[in-house]
Design a binder for this molecule. Structure first.
Ligand code: NAD
Length: 359
């Protein structure tokens, strides 16, 4: 098992990554939560239905922690809205959970974002632990303390920075995860290699064609989590360097939204990374050839790479300045060479023209 520490002073915590038994998962969660007055386990309703791991895990938690009860939250992204948050808070209050309680979230990134946000606001903050069940949640969503939900004005516009007490990534959950979701999660692993870990990128290139063995997959996940931890521990609240994690997301988000969320987030990030690399090469920031090399890797991972056909007027219109920052420039993340990232602000109109010209 790989255990990585997220070093954030009194908010530090461990991330455990391995194929684990329910007892091993529960041991780690119980150790991190200490002596809560009660434990509410929030489970993605679909995961509860399809994964044989959920029931034994609930039983193992019940054997170690007081007053363990579970609550099913809506599947995937439908848990990420204020109405769903209110339903969970009502359930917690109705079942007498007080300030000494803890939450445990079991599900993909939507469930971990939902659980973290509820933990941040219920009774002004209670402890929580996460048990991510998708590759994307393992390498990205569950680590770093960004929690939140969507509102009609946009995704993730309401939330809080709030760190969990522990993250236990049991890779056994992948047994029921569709291949398309695995591929989408791999896009974030490739991203981690590109922005901060040239060795990880080289290993993915060496193995991607044959399909990653479970051992290689676990090692790749650990490397990607290490990248996330390094960045987050330097800039917990995204005032600077943390923005490099948005590599591929500027154009990716626009393509994802224009597809009506038909594309998975990781698939859109795959396309967004290709666009950012092509634009970087056109501007002389990115080493020539890196875009083609990355496209070859993404294609072998069954990820989409044809950006040109996706660059509709709607997509270009959806490329926008960061809603969370006041500026008329688009903050692009460029990768000069594998393992390095820089931030460059480009005026919105220039960015749109240059993207079209580069593809
Ligand atoms: P998700 O949570 O929506 O899960 C995708 C689908 O897979 C859902 O239908 C879910 O029910 C199903 N599922 C989950 N685990 C399964 C399993 N083991 N077996 C079978 N089915 C399973 O999607 P995701 O890709 O994990 O996460 C995306 C979300 O994460 C987005 O809302 C995004 O905003 C968020 N996110 C947050 C951060 C952060 O830093 N907080 C970072 C990246 C992404």
């Amino acid at each position: 098992m790989t255990t990585l520490r997220v070093p954030l002073a009194d908010r530090s915590y461990d991330v455990h990554i391995a194929s684990l038994t329910p007892e091993e998962v529960a041991d780690r969660i119980a150790a991190a939560l200490g002596k809560p007055s009660g434990v509410a386990v929030l489970v993605d309703e679909h995961v509860a239905q399809v994964s044989p791991r959920v029931s034994p895990l609930l039983a193992a938690l019940g054997a170690r922690l007081p007053r363990v009860q579970s609550f099913l939250v809506s599947r995937g992204e439908s848990a990420k809205n204020l109405a769903a948050v209110e339903r969970t808070c009502e359930w917690l209050a109705g079942h007498g959970y007080d300030r000494g309680c803890s939450l445990v979230g079991i599900g993909g990134g939507a469930t971990t974002d939902h659980t973290g946000f509820v933990a941040a606001i219920y009774l002004r903050g209670v402890a929580f632990a996460l048990c991510p069940t998708t590759l994307l949640a393992d390498v990205d969503a569950s680590v770093g303390g960004k929690t939140g939900v969507d509102i009609p004005a946009g995704k993730n516009l309401v939330g809080a920075f709030y760190q969990p007490r522990v993250v236990v990534a049991d890779l056994g959950f992948f047994d029921t995860l569709p291949g398309r979701e695995i591929a989408a999660g791999m896009a974030e692993v490739v991203k981690a290699g590109l922005i901060a870990d040239a060795d990880l990128l080289a290993k993915l290139e060496a193995e991607a064609g044959q399909g990653l063995s479970p051992v290689s997959l676990a090692a790749a996940i650990a490397s990607a989590v290490r990248v996330k931890i390094d960045v987050v521990s330097q800039d917990e609240r995204e005032s600077g360097r943390r923005a490099i994690l948005n590599f591929g997301h500027t154009v990716g988000h626009a393509i994802e939204a224009a597809s009506g969320y038909e594309l998975l987030h990781g698939e859109a990030v795959s396309l967004g990374m290709v666009a950012a690399l092509a634009l970087g090469e056109a501007r002389g920031v990115t080493k020539p050839g890196l875009c083609a090399r990355t496209q070859a890797l993404l294609a072998r991972l069954s990820l989409p790479i044809d950006v040109r056909s996706r660059l509709t007027a709607e997509v270009l219109d959806r490329i926008e300045v960061d809603k969370k920052r006041r500026s008329d420039a688009v903050r692009f993340v460029f990768v000069p060479r594998p393992g390095a990232a820089v931030l460059v602000d480009i005026p919105l109109d220039d960015a749109k023209k240059q993207i079209l010209a580069a593809m």
